[in-house]
Design a protein around this ligand. Structure first.
Ligand code: PLP
Ligand code: COI
Length: 354
């Protein structure tokens, strides 16, 4: 049995930005959730407190060796309150990530309860405009004060919340993607299937040099042969080739996206032929040359469904679907966001009231 969550509310609420002025991840709500871990007490002292800076000893392990993990999910405003989308999947993945990073697991039901409690306190912050939501970022920092390299004996778990609009400033419009052939994001046996800070820090170099060339994101290839497609930016990736939908298998270096899983389920339900397999970038290029590459898109909580308008592979500029959002991406976006906001029937029982 976990302790009761204490709630300490702010004296004065902040001014909330208008829904039309939101971007992604720059504004934070009035409160946050925190909980501590040490070897004697386990996870303890759960509370919702006013949003505030964290106090961190400069020798805390996370500052040096990157023992940090995180999750990402959203709360949506619906006609009858607020909804979460498959939060038990985030709980499960958080524990998988934590195991990989030698961080103690937590009770998955408590993880969801903590999120619900934090969102309840700040539920006025869930924006209502179409395409907006409250992004929820649970994370753990290793904070033992020790410079030796070993799993920390102390951790802090925090949940912060941010009202957001589309992830890309251009909204849900096709993106330009650079196929990265020098740097890799993850290798089999590494940490690619975990949501841990280092994966993202390591991806910045490729992303910023792609941005310098005018691209929005990179398409990651596998870390061994640099041949097989893995992910696009911080999203899973799908292609429509010859009428079939193809997405890379997880294989240990790809993050198991909850949107990916939901998209596969919906597409199969709609009678698409979905192939989960290795996909070589050469095959994508050939399909493009033969006129068989019909659509490509990324999937993720932050970016939802993000159509790919151009793929640049070693100078071969593949324009996809005339740089227009494709039929499959549009239908997925409408249905998924419809289910998430309670506007469309949820045959899978994916949403949960807060
Ligand atoms: N791949 C990476 C590297 C990610 O960080 C994310 C985002 O969470 C995803 C894929 C998509 O996962 P999900 O659909 O669970 O948000
Ligand atoms: C998400 O989609 O939730 C992520 O964690 C990706 C992040 C880069 C915003």
């Amino acid at each position: 049995m976990m302790e009761e969550i204490k709630v300490e509310k702010v004296d004065k609420r902040k001014a909330r930005p208008a829904d039309g002025e939101l971007s992604f991840g720059r504004t934070f709500t009035d409160h946050m959730f925190t909980m501590e871990y040490d070897e004697n007490k386990g996870w303890h002292d759960p509370k919702v407190v006013p949003y505030q800076p964290l106090e961190l000893d400069p020798a805390a392990a996370c500052c040096h060796y990157g023992q940090t993990t995180f999750e990402g999910l959203k709360a949506y405003r619906s006609n009858n309150g607020a909804l979460l989308f498959r939060p038990e999947k985030n709980a499960e993945r958080f524990n998988n990530t934590n195991r990989r990073m030698c961080i103690p697991e937590m009770d998955p039901e408590f993880f969801v309860q903590a999120i619900k409690e934090a969102v309840r306190v700040d539920q006025d912050w869930i924006p209502a405009k179409e395409g907006t939501s409250l992004y929820i970022r649970p994370f753990i920092l290793a904070n033992e004060v020790y410079l030796g390299l070993k799993p920390s004996s102390h951790y802090k778990f925090v949940i912060i919340m941010s009202p957001v609009a589309a992830y890309y400033p251009q909204g849900i419009k096709p993106t330009r993607i650079y196929v990265e052939t020098e740097y890799v994001r993850a290798v089999r046996g590494g940490t690619g299937s975990a949501k841990t800070g280092g994966n993202y820090a390591g991806s910045l170099k490729a992303q910023s040099s792609a941005a310098d060339k005018g691209y929005d994101e990179v398409l990651w290839l596998d870390g061994v042969e640099r041949e097989y497609v893995e992910e696009v930016g911080a999203m899973n990736v799908f292609f429509k080739i010859d009428g079939k939908i193809v997405t890379p298998e997880l294989g240990g270096s790809v993050l198991p996206g909850i949107t990916r899983d939901s998209v596969i389920t919906m597409l199969e339900d709609w009678d698409y032929d979905v192939e989960v397999r290795k996909i070589s970038i050469e095959d994508i290029a050939q399909a493009y040359k033969d006129g068989r590459l019909e659509e490509a898109f990324g999937t993720g909580t932050a970016a939802i469904i993000s159509p790919i308008g151009e793929l640049n592979y070693n100078g071969l500029k593949m324009e996809i679907n005339d740089f227009e959002t494709g039929e499959v991406a549009s239908k997925l976006y409408k249905t998924l966001t419809g289910i998430q906001t309670g506007k469309v029937d949820d045959p899978y029982n994916w949403t949960e009231e807060i």
